[in-house]
Ligand binder design. Structure first.
Ligand code: PEP
Length: 242
């Protein structure tokens, strides 16, 4: 039985006041799913302190693949662990596309997160052009394979995978439940025997209005939520549906 996870990626939004208010609202959510939130780095300590022992997890949106050294502007996995992070998102499409992160770099980051004792949330997904060309399953399989090559099947199965079609992120367009399930099933099959325990989240314009249908699919184990995670009521409804 896989415990559903709803992860809120706050991206580069908020200030001390809005972050504190959001956490206060999150603490009132009564749901079966695990909740994890991903504030901007600088607010991680504030969130970690305010969530206390509520059971809500905190994570980071990115991490350096390096342990320490002359990497100006970077934050290491050890530092994130030191401040209470349990999860780190790796390979988000905004990192791949805006900051040119390669599959190989994503695989290094994944390995660094696990070595530091945290759980990676590995994002994979195709562009609209790739979907239109019928390449969706090949694209996501290659993104997964790059990580398997570095860490092995056993380790990737301990992580969380997030299928996030690039064309659905922040656009208001969601993959249909059937489109998402097709990819989730293919990903699970690629993970082999141990893939049965791996949580595979869907991400891409998830809202309370479309979450229920997505969560009914047998291989969708929760959601990675961007925009809607900044709205406490909307996020709370999604968590209750998971
Ligand atoms: C995301 O950033 O991972 C995401 C899924 O964003 P949104 O929900 O806004 O599409």
């Amino acid at each position: 039985m896989r415990h559903p996870l709803v992860a809120g990626n706050w991206k580069m939004h908020g200030d001390r006041e809005s972050v504190a208010n959001l956490v206060t609202s999150l603490l009132k959510i009564d749901c079966e799913a695990e909740i994890a939130v991903f504030p901007p780095y600088i607010y991680v300590p504030l969130v970690a302190a305010n969530i206390g022992d509520s059971g809500i997890s905190v994570g980071a949106q990115n991490a350096s693949e390096h342990d320490s050294g002359a990497f100006t502007g970077e934050v290491s996995c050890h530092m994130l662990r030191d401040f209470g992070c349990q999860y780190v998102i790796v390979g988000h499409s905004e990192r791949r596309n805006i900051y040119s992160e390669t599959d190989d770099q994503v695989a290094h980051k994944f390995a660094a997160v696990q070595s530091a004792g945290m759980t990676p949330i590995l994002c994979v997904g195709e562009t609209l052009e790739q979907r239109d060309q019928g390449k969706t399953l090949d694209v996501v399989a290659a993104q997964i394979e790059a990580v398997i090559e570095r860490v092995g099947l056993g380790n990737i199965c301990e992580a969380v995978i997030a299928y996030e079609p690039v064309w659905a992120i922040g656009t208001g367009k969601t993959a249909s439940a059937a489109q998402a399930q097709e990819v989730h099933l293919a990903l699970r099959q690629q993970l082999g025997d141990s893939g049965g325990k791996t949580r595979i989240l869907y991400g891409g314009s998830v809202k309370a209005a479309n979450a229920a249908e997505l969560f009914m699919q047998p291989d969708i184990d929760g959601a990675l939520v961007g925009g809607a995670s900044l709205d406490a009521n909307e996020f709370s409804e999604i968590c209750k549906l998971a």
